[in-house]
Design a protein around this ligand. Structure first.
Ligand SMILES: [Zn+2]
Ligand SMILES: [Zn+2]
Length: 228
């Protein structure tokens, strides 16, 4: 049985998921190549359906999502298919969720920076979650539990950013917290208390403990090991 090599110039590219995940697929290139999507300048100004895509090579293409057009050469030869610029616009604006198989670290850093809407990522249960950006990086809570998101409250940000160590105290719900200022506090997640002076409803130590539990970095309140 002969094996057929996939040819990128074939007009009948199979859009199966396997093909889409291949290193040279337009979807992968749309997600990983350096491109900037702009929705409110130049020819894209004041038009909801128009986006300017700047490629890493310095070319600029106008994508019209209403009529499904792009100015690039590939699109001219494949008018019935989606070029990587069209795909990139769909992902960057959140119109289409980023496939779950995509490694976040491989996404182009420019993702979603210059458009009003935020990209979305498909998750295992078939739903989607918002992908947020603070410094141009893409983070998912599951992989980067201490990554600060733009929507975090100040106390949550401190809970994530400060050098806080959490250890389980072998009693249900009790955790010991070693703060960046070298103080020790006791957090009880069942009693919902912390021994620190902060009178806020949830101090940063409790937030940090909850984040660590959620991320399976410390035993759960019942003392069971993560996934045990
Ligand atoms: Zn194009
Ligand atoms: Zn506290």
């Amino acid at each position: 049985m002969a094996t057929t090599e996939s040819r990128s110039d074939a007009s009948s590219i199979d859009e199966s998921e396997l093909e889409e995940a291949g290193p040279n697929s337009r979807t992968v290139r749309a997600l990983t190549e350096v491109m900037t999507v702009l929705d409110s300048i130049g020819r894209a100004r004041n038009a909801d359906d128009l986006f300017l895509v700047n490629s890493g090579s310095g070319s600029e293409y106008l994508v019209d999502t209403r009529i499904g057009s792009c100015e690039c050469k590939w699109k001219q030869y494949n008018p019935s298919e989606e070029c990587k610029h069209q795909k990139r616009v769909a992902f960057a604006t959140g119109e289409r969720p980023i496939p779950q198989w995509v490694d976040d670290a491989a996404l182009d850093d420019q993702f979603g920076l210059h458009v009003d809407d935020e990209p979305r990522k498909a998750v295992a249960d078939g739903g989607v979650m918002q992908v947020r950006f603070d410094d141009g990086s893409v983070t998912s809570p599951a992989e980067e539990p201490l990554a600060v998101n733009s929507g975090d409250e100040p106390r949550t940000k401190r809970a994530k950013q400060e050098d806080i160590d959490v250890s389980f105290l072998a009693k249900p719900g009790r955790y010991e917290v070693h703060s960046a200022s070298d103080s020790w506090y006791k957090v009880d997640v069942l009693e919902e208390t912390c021994s620190c002076p902060d009178v806020a409803e949830r101090c940063k130590h409790r937030r940090r403990v909850e984040i660590e539990i959620e991320a399976d970095r410390v035993p759960r309140p019942d003392g069971k090991l993560p996934n045990a």
